[in-house]
Ligand binder design. Structure first.
Ligand code: 5AD
Length: 343
């Protein structure tokens, strides 16, 4: 697909054309990755963060109560995830300098020894040596969104730390060379994000040949500069991408067409802006993954990257059964096994 075509789809509001886009994305999803919906258990194990991203509620030095789960608590979550039929555990945290590489390596080994789960890391930009250590400890996949492919916007919302977008793309390249299944993604509707930029983001998904792509709407957090309307480089109204459900779904659908074999979640952020059926919309417009939250309830409210964060839950056998019923209602089934990238 040419970028002119991507732009055209991003700008269309014609209901008949949109139906065509949803149909094409759903066909590509079924043909390339099938009807299974893979469940990745999300464990948000630390909300410490040294970064100051303009949009994120965990940004330093925000006045948030910080926590870091113990290895024992995390292994308990992994065993529960396996019992609930998840094939993967996603270990996510802020960019936590207090989390040492050796500690995480040992934890990965423990989870791999005790469960059949694939292990996905989502812990930010770390050194080549650390990434290599975790890979040799058994980590299978790594998520690191580039958030936007436009240098100037990237710099504006990620106050200088390391070398900006260039370093993020460098880390994605290192991950790939280390043999991780590599995931990235963007937020849709960041203030200052234009249609041209978003079309470029989708092009970059393809160039990077990503194994996983996560796309969710930007949600304003009032305790952040972007959420308060500061630090914004306004785009002309006709160029500004809206942070809506529709625009997120278009991006998911176009990402599926650009990278037909990628594993793509219907994201928590999409389920948050449409609590009634956001998850189902994502799954019927290109996505094939759900990430139920298995973070212990006492920590969940402290991991507030954006307000009102809700999503799939699979903590109890009841919530897990409900999820199965929701998948069945849209003609899908919960995935078996680790659900890695098919090649
Ligand atoms: N709105 C939506 N998504 C957000 N993220 C962080 N802050 C927000 C927000 N305010 C997303 C980023 C990050 C992922 C873990 O959460 O894309 O990569």
């Amino acid at each position: 697909m040419k970028s002119a075509t991507i732009l055209d789809w991003l700008r269309t509001d014609d209901p008949a054309r949109l139906e065509e886009l949803w149909g094409r994305a759903d066909d590509a999803r079924r043909h390339n990755v099938g009807d299974q919906v893979h469940l990745r258990a999300l464990v948000e194990f630390s909300n410490h963060c040294r970064r100051r991203c303009a949009y994120c509620g965990l940004r330093a030095p925000a006045d948030v109560q910080r926590y870091r789960m113990t290895a024992g608590e995390i292994v308990d979550c992994a065993e529960r995830a396996a019992r609930r039929g998840c094939g993967t555990i996603v270990l996510q945290s802020g960019e936590d300098p207090g989390m040492t590489a050796d500690w995480l390596a040992e934890l990965i080994g423990e989870i791999k020894a005790r469960t059949p789960l694939a292990v996905t890391l989502s812990v930010g930009e770390r050194s080549d040596d650390e990434l290599a250590l975790w890979r040799s400890a058994g980590a299978d996949r790594y998520l690191l969104r580039f958030e936007t492919s436009e240098q100037e916007l990237y710099d504006l919302i990620h106050p200088k730390f390391g070398s900006g977008l260039k370093n993020r793309l460098y880390v994605l390249d290192v991950l790939r060379r280390l043999g991780y299944e590599t995931g990235s993604g963007v937020m849709v509707g960041i203030p200052g994000q234009t249609y041209d930029t978003l079309a470029g983001d989708i092009e970059l998904f393809r160039t990077l040949d990503l194994d996983m792509i996560g796309v969710g709407p930007y949600i304003a957090h009032p305790a952040t500069p972007l959420g308060r309307g500061e630090w914004i480089r306004p785009a002309p109204p006709s160029e500004q991408v809206p942070n809506t459900e529709l625009m997120t779904c278009k991006t998911v659908a176009l990402a599926r067409l650009a990278c037909p074999q990628a594993n793509m979640p219907s994201t928590t952020a999409l389920a948050t802006i449409n609590q009634a059926n956001g998850r189902e919309l994502g799954l019927t417009r290109g996505a094939n993954v759900v990430m139920p939250n298995l973070t212990p309830v006492k920590y969940r409210a402290l991991y507030e990257i954006y307000p009102q964060k809700t999503g799939a839950d699979a903590t109890s056998s009841e919530s897990r059964a409900l999820l199965n019923a929701q998948l069945r209602a849209i003609g899908r089934i919960a995935g078996k096994g680790q659900g890695g990238r098919l090649r």
